[in-house]
Design a protein around this ligand. Structure first.
Ligand code: ATP
Ligand code: MG
Length: 253
């Protein structure tokens, strides 16, 4: 949040993350350039959310380094990382159902109270549906609107980096497409975006870079379009136009 747009780079170096003695995520490195999207795809239980939680400081990695703009932020608390400009949209429970849309957004700005009004306007401009639903309780929103609200809330403090954990989960295809249009808009603002996505085709076709995480390790990586054009990867993880569900069919056990 140092106010320099379009200059921010996220680097994860050799992350090893787990909840107990056994690592779940093993030696994962990735870099996300400003204004681009890097996607993480992979089967259920691969460690995608675990990686995301470690990037935002909710889990302390067993090893590895986290850098934004070359500054080492390893070991910082979630609050410090948020203050350093890392925004996060969790996989579940990412809005307060009993608060209005506007209240949810205001909660997102608690680190930068003085900016609330200005940021509300910016977020409402980006998501006009949220402006018209500003006074509604979040639980009354459609799934697509709720995803927009979760993203809008994360954008309130004007982060430089945005980590999204399955922003399209449970949404009908046309809403998934719409969420990704917004993800591209967010990258267009100059943010470095790290997105976990269960719809592999959607992720790969909207990401400059992508990683396939299997059993906590990066099995494949490359430009999204390149992976999408790889027949082996497509047959393994995407299949016959099922939107990536076959990815989830691969068991981790
Ligand atoms: N709080 C926790 N404590 C212990 N183990 C956990 C915890 N959260 C997740 N795990 C385990 O870590 C592994 C990876 O889980 P994670 O949620 O990171 O996977 P994922 O790739 O995000 O899966 P999904 O596609 O279902 O969201 C799983 O084996 C899971 O059981
Ligand atoms: Mg997950």
């Amino acid at each position: 949040m140092d106010g320099t747009p379009g200059m921010h780079r996220l680097e994860v170096e050799d992350f090893t993350v787990g909840y107990g003695a056994a690592p779940i995520v093993k030696n994962v490195s990735l870099a996300v350039q400003a204004g681009t999207v890097t996607s993480i795809i992979g089967p259920n239980g691969a460690g995608k959310s675990t990686l995301a939680k470690a990037v935002v400081g909710l889990i302390k990695p067993m090893g590895g380094r986290l850098k934004v703009d070359g500054v080492d932020l390893s070991g910082r608390t979630p609050e410090r990382l948020a203050r350093s400009g890392i925004g996060y949209v969790p996989q579940v429970m990412n809005v307060f159902p009993s608060l209005t849309v506007r209240e949810n957004l205001e909660m997102g700005c608690f680190l930068r109270r003085s900016k609330t009004r200005h940021r509300l306007d910016a977020v409402f401009t980006m998501f006009p549906d949220l402006r018209s639903a500003a006074k509604r309780d979040a639980w009354t929103l459609s799934g697509g609107q709720r995803s927009m609200l979760a993203i809008g809330r994360a954008l309130m403090p004007e982060p430089n980096v945005l980590v999204l954990d399955e922003p399209t989960a449970g949404l009908a295809p046309r809403f998934q497409t719409s969420v990704w249009e917004h993800v591209r808009t967010v990258a267009g603002l100059g943010l470095a975006v790290l997105a976990i996505e269960q719809n592999a085709r959607l992720a790969l076709s909207n990401s400059e870079q992508a990683c396939v995480l299997v059993l906590g390790e990066v099995r494949r990586r490359g430009p999204g379009e390149e992976l999408l054009a790889d027949p082996e990867l497509v047959s393994l993880y995407i299949g016959g136009g099922d939107g990536g569900r076959s990815l989830h069919a691969e068991r981790t056990a």
